[in-house]
Write a protein that binds this ligand. Structure first.
Ligand code: NAD
Ligand code: GLY
Length: 364
């Protein structure tokens, strides 16, 4: 059983396919888009577990697939990996009719998508996301980027994929901690704009995270549909799309304050960040009291962290987190923008947040 979600962007529209064992159909789905050599960019973990099966599917449809296996981890999203990857795509002879396949989590998707966007001013690419985070968030919407010492995701461009194939079965090998971290982005969809979906998650998320195929498929498809609709209305984040950054003003600072280390995964930081954004909304009188507790309670049931005190190795200093928030935005020449809520499912954007209020929610 599989579902599809369309991202409607005129001539750059594309389809997201979601379902079990779709990797077996990858050859058939990609064949109409593939011309000549097709590089398959992946990381060493995904290669070890799933590459053979993908290559078999592609080759059974006469696709000349060439794996490019990179080290796993965030440090691969760097100029150090981008340059050799771009040069390899050129050496393989890709032109604008070519197709690059990104087979991995958000790291591989962001890097390979950026390389595809840059080489010869834009080669087509396909996402075959292998983490929950990538299936519900990073493979959809065309954001690509690498990190630089000045900050995360600061070098990038919008380059929409031509197709996304999300095989939910691939998630069975994902470490549980990564699965939970990806789930933070699912809960975010409900918290931002869909209280009914949040209610569904309260009842069904645990089953979905344990791999129940119907619940897992529905959870991913619903999240993709919500993101696809927002991207169709605001591809370049001039307004509504920024709501998808709920919790991210805090989470980026928390990741920086913990050195982008295994102490805190991106999704875990988003979980804490969302609870802080809800608390801030209550403190400023925008949201009814109790909504932050409802969110925190739900995130705890799936064993996500919800407070600074939950960070392994001890909580970072509130002052250090605040400094990171300011520094990030200085690097981007923007004021600190917050996504706040008027209750579950009712997010809005504002820059008008007193520093004292931020400091007090950070202090707990
Ligand atoms: P990731 O790509 O590093 O994957 C996490 C870990 O899981 C890695 O060790 C990877 O090797 C492993 N892995 C991947 N698939 C696996 C599988 N099926 N089985 C076993 N192990 C597997 O991290 P991520 O959480 O997928 O993505 C995080 C990145 O995504 C960050 O760089 C973030 O900035 C980016 N991101 C981008 C967007 C966007 O819109 N472009 C949105 C959200 C996040
Ligand atoms: N992850 C937020 C976005 O794609 O806009």
């Amino acid at each position: 059983m599989s579902e599809t979600v369309d991202v409607l962007l005129g001539s750059r529209s594309y389809r997201i396919h979601i379902g079990r064992d779709l990797i077996k159909q990858a050859g058939a789905l990609l064949a109409p888009l593939a011309h000549g050599v097709v590089p398959v960019v992946t990381d060493e973990n995904v290669a070890r577990l799933h590459l053979e099966e993908l290559l078999a599917s592609l080759r059974s449809h006469k696709i000349d697939a060439r794996p490019i296996v990179l080290p796993a981890g965030e440090t691969t999203k760097s100029f150090k990996s981008l340059e050799p990857l771009c040069r390899e795509l050129i050496r393989l002879g890709l032109d604008r009719t070519g197709l690059v396949v990104a087979f991995g989590g958000g790291v591989i998707g962001d890097l390979a998508g950026l390389a595809a966007g840059l080489v010869k001013r834009g080669i087509g690419h396909a996402h075959i996301p292998t983490t929950l985070l990538a299936q519900v968030d990073s493979s959809v919407g065309g954001k690509t980027a690498i990190d630089v010492p000045e900050g995360k995701n600061l070098i990038g461009l919008f380059h929409q994929p031509r197709i996304v194939i999300a095989d939910t079965e691939l998630l069975s090998t994902l470490p549980p901690r990564e699965m939970r971290a990806g789930y933070a982005e699912v809960a975010k969809c409900g918290a931002v704009g869909d209280a009914e979906f949040f209610g569904w998650l309260e009842a069904n998320a645990l089953q979905a995270l344990l791999g129940h195929p119907v619940a897992l498929g529905h959870m991913i498809a619903h999240s993709c549909r919500m993101k696809a609709d927002i991207v169709a209305r605001d591809e370049r984040e001039s307004g509504e799309r920024a709501l998808l950054n709920l919790g991210h003003t805090f989470s980026h600072a928390l990741e920086a304050a913990t050195g982008y280390s295994a102490r805190l995964l991106h999704g875990e930081a988003v979980a804490i960040g969302m609870v802080l954004a809800f608390r801030l909304s209550e403190r400023l009188g925008y949201s009814p009291k109790g909504e932050s507790e409802r969110l925190a309670h739900h995130l705890k049931t799936v064993r996500l962290p919800t407070a600074l005190a939950d960070i392994s190795g001890g909580p970072p200093e509130a002052d250090a987190v605040l400094q990171h928030m300011k520094h990030d935005k200085k690097a981007e020449r923007q004021s600190i923008k917050f996504v706040l809520v008027r209750g579950l499912g009712r997010a809005f954007l504002t820059s008008d947040v007193p520093e004292d209020a931020v400091r007090s929610v950070l202090a707990g």
